[in-house]
Ligand binder design. Structure first.
Ligand SMILES: Cc1cc2nc3c(=O)[nH]c(=O)nc-3n(C[C@H](O)[C@H](O)[C@H](O)COP(=O)(O)O)c2cc1C
Length: 227
């Protein structure tokens, strides 16, 4: 089976996955709504979270068997860590291509989304004519493995305002059961899916100073492709 699969909270990875699916003629699936199985060609698109591979993506990779894997990590122009190398080392050796793609960071207002889709053409060509590659090891902050989920949680607060009408769409959309009627619990990783989805714009975000200072740092906006 040939598939483009994605994990996406605010739509950035999904948009890239949808583009690749249309170019390749492969079906597009959301890994949260599908069981992993055997794939002949699999293209997997997901966001970098605190310089790490999200747990949902790790679980999918643990259960999937793949002949030819392409891995694409979207990142919010801060630091992409070393996630593609980590996938090759820990889960899957048969990698035919990889990419790091800078996209809108959900914590940064008015940040630009990725729209330079022509840059992804070499990936499409390589997926059509697969041969295996070795991904390079990149720099990852040595502190990045220390409580990654807790770091984003302490950096910002999700607040509910008076426009909440109790529709509870936030709870329905949350992968972690981490919000109910606009109030988050300890399972929240601050992916901001609920904030992006709320039809009443009743959820807002308050960044704490250390995270604000970190996000103000010089941005890294390079598309890196391995074929
Ligand atoms: C919890 C969390 C942690 C993140 N960590 C990083 C990071 O370490 N480096 C980075 O550049 N972007 C980081 N981002 C930004 C996302 O990787 C980026 O915006 C991604 O494209 C979002 O994809 P999505 O809309 O498909 O979920 C993080 C976003 C979230 C929600």
């Amino acid at each position: 089976m040939n598939t483009v699969a994605f994990y996406s909270n605010t739509g950035q990875s999904k948009a890239i996955a949808a583009y690749l699916a249309s170019q390749l003629g492969f079906p597009l699936i959301d890994i949260e709504a599908n069981f992993a199985e055997h794939y002949e060609n699999l293209v997997l698109v997901f966001p970098v979270h605190c310089q790490n591979i999200p747990d949902i993506v790790k679980d999918f990779l643990k259960n999937a068997t793949v002949d030819n894997l392409t891995v694409i990590a979207t990142y919010g122009k801060m630091c992409c860590g070393n996630v593609l190398y980590e996938i090759q080392r820990s889960y899957q050796k048969n990698i035919v291509a990889g990419a790091y793609i800078p996209t809108k960071h959900p914590y940064v207002e008015n940040d630009g989304t990725f729209c330079d889709f022509d840059k992804l053409k070499p990936l499409v060509e390589k997926i059509k004519e697969p041969s295996y590659i070795q991904l390079p090891k990149l720099y990852k902050n040595p502190f990045a493995n220390i409580f990654p989920k807790q770091r984003s949680r302490f950096g910002l607060k999700i607040q509910k305002n008076k426009d909440c009408d109790g529709c509870n769409l936030c709870a329905e959309s949350c992968s972690f059961g981490a919000i109910k009627l606009g109030t988050t619990n300890h399972g929240c990783i601050r992916c901001l899916r609920c904030v992006a989805l709320c039809p009443k714009k009743a959820l807002t975000v308050k960044l704490k100073l250390p995270l604000r200072l970190y996000l103000g740092k010089k941005k890294l906006a390079k598309v890196v492709i391995y074929t």
